[in-house]
Write a protein that binds this ligand. Structure first.
Ligand code: BJW
Ligand code: ZN
Length: 243
């Protein structure tokens, strides 16, 4: 069989896509585990956790400010575009759950999109319940403070040990519930399958009857959970697989 034969996405088939850092790699954003999980000798867990923020908020803001500056220069690639195209064909039979915080799927035109781990260009107050707001500023030097309560602002990112937004999980659950009794496909792309709960989606979808497909540069930890594996760069593979 042609390894790039497109799955049948006819009249009533549904498609749930999970993306990870590999999908943005060809746009020039380094993946997490490629850098051995390190940023400037700091473990990612130390700059992306509530404990890390409590210990050194200036270091955490430097990490996110540099990433805001880098991500603002970057544009989507052919993998992002292929996912936006297939959404236009499938409409409400499609949902894209991304672990990426870079916002590139939205720039590429994806609308039925849930950002599981938050968004790099959004901040929220660590001290009050003011809603999260767009913030594209690179906060170098001074720590940003809330103009309502004076508390510290923090990036609107799901850090290690933090719960995902229940509304995000509910949207994924509702999509999966709507697939019951239908033909459906779970497609993961550019993710190492190391971080939960995203990494557990494949097993759950397969148990509920989904066909499961993985597009990744190399075999990740949970490769055996997938019925079909296409090895390659998502910017090459997704446009051909979803043509
Ligand atoms: C290409 C390519 C190309 C390259 N084309 N491919 C169950 C078991 C064990 C542990 C846990 C568990 N449940 C929860 C946990 C704890 C923890 C966890 O999973 N830890 C693991 C490390 C073991 N999970 C959590 O803490 C989560 N919270 C939680 O569960 O809360 C419970 C709770 C409930 C109630 C109250 C309180 C708590 C939250 C996880 C949040 C993760 N956040 C991060 C950091 C964000 C920071 C930031 O971005 O600034 O999100 S971690 C980091 O990993 C980031 C990513 O979104 C995430 C996933 O990484 P991803 O996308 O897979 O990237 P890589 O680099 O790992 O892989 C890239 C892949 O692409 C590679 O395979 C390459 O080969 C490939 N690739 N180029 C195609 N061109
Ligand atoms: Zn506040």
């Amino acid at each position: 069989m042609d390894p790039l034969a497109p799955p049948d996405l006819d009249g009533d088939t549904r498609l749930l896509v999970l993306t990870g850092a590999g999908v943005s790699a060809e746009s020039g954003i380094p993946t997490f585990r490629d850098a051995n999980g390190l940023w400037e000798q700091h473990r990612v867990e130390d700059v992306a956790s509530p404990e890390g923020f409590a210990a050194d908020p200036a270091l955490v803001w430097r990490f996110y400010s540099l990433r805001r500056e880098a991500a603002a220069q970057i544009v989507p690639n052919a993998g992002h575009a292929a996912l936006a195209d297939v959404e236009r064909r499938l409409g409400d039979r499609f949902l894209l759950a991304t672990q990426n915080v870079d916002g590139l799927h939205r720039v590429a035109g994806s609308e039925r999109l849930v950002e599981m781990h938050g968004n790099l260009f959004t901040s929220r107050c660590a001290g009050c319940d003011r809603p999260p707001f767009e913030d594209r500023v690179a906060h170098h030097g001074t720590l940003p403070r809330c103009d309502r309560c004076g508390g510290l602002l923090r990036p609107h990112i799901v850090w290690f040990g933090e719960a995902l937004d229940p509304a995000v999980l509910a949207r994924i659950d509702a999509f999966i519930a709507g697939c019951k009794g239908k033909r459906w496909i779970f497609l993961a792309a550019g993710t190492s399958g190391a971080v939960y709960p995203a990494a557990g989606l494949v097993d759950r979808c397969r148990r509920l009857g989904a066909e499961t497909v993985l597009v990744n540069l190399e075999a990740p930890e949970n490769v055996r959970s997938f019925g079909r594996v296409v090895t390659g760069r998502s910017g090459d593979v997704l446009p051909r697989l979803l043509r």
